[in-house]
Design a protein around this ligand. Structure first.
Ligand SMILES: [Cu+2]
Length: 157
């Protein structure tokens, strides 16, 4: 029965060879699949032109840029005219922001630029608001044309 033993050995060798090949094929698939998986992010980042259309949506899901968007939104600031004074007297804003003055005094007031005519309100009765949107950076000093002691300044950045 020596031949039978040899045949068994051959069969065993054949089986182990098949198993070895199968394992190698599986390993090859894993390696190829793994490399393509890890390569995908590099491909996306190395080809911004083609991935630009699909990038904005995912990037918006990461919250940090949202803060930048909020800070870039235009805002409205309120200045109260009370007891013959502007409050706050000085204010720093950004280009595109709007300032609203409201007169709480019984006496009428104006918002008038010291130099130029960026601010030139009518005479504001009690309760009357005056709003102005600043589009050019600079420091805008102003006063009340009725009461020269009333002064204020808007810094636009
Ligand atoms: Cu006044």
């Amino acid at each position: 029965m020596g031949g039978g033993n040899n045949q068994n050995k051959v069969v065993k060798k054949g089986n182990s060879l098949v198993i070895t090949i199968a394992v190698l094929v599986v390993l090859a698939i894993i390696v190829v699949a793994g490399s393509t998986y890890f390569l995908q992010p590099q491909i996306l980042t190395s080809l911004p032109s083609t991935s630009a259309q699909t990038n904005p949506a995912p990037s918006n899901q990461h919250t940090p840029p949202v803060k930048v968007d909020v800070s870039q939104e235009v805002q409205t600031y309120n200045i109260q005219i009370k007891n013959f004074a502007f409050s706050p007297q000085t204010l720093s804003i950004r280009v595109g922001d709007t300032v609203v003055w409201t007169n709480y005094d019984i006496t009428s007031h104006t918002i008038t630029s010291d130099v130029g005519n960026e601010l030139a309100s009518n005479v504001l009765l009690q309760g009357s608001p005056f709003s102005h949107t600043f589009t050019v950076p600079g420091v805008y000093n102003y006063h009340c044309s009725v009461h020269s002691s009333m002064t204020g300044a808007i810094t636009v950045q």
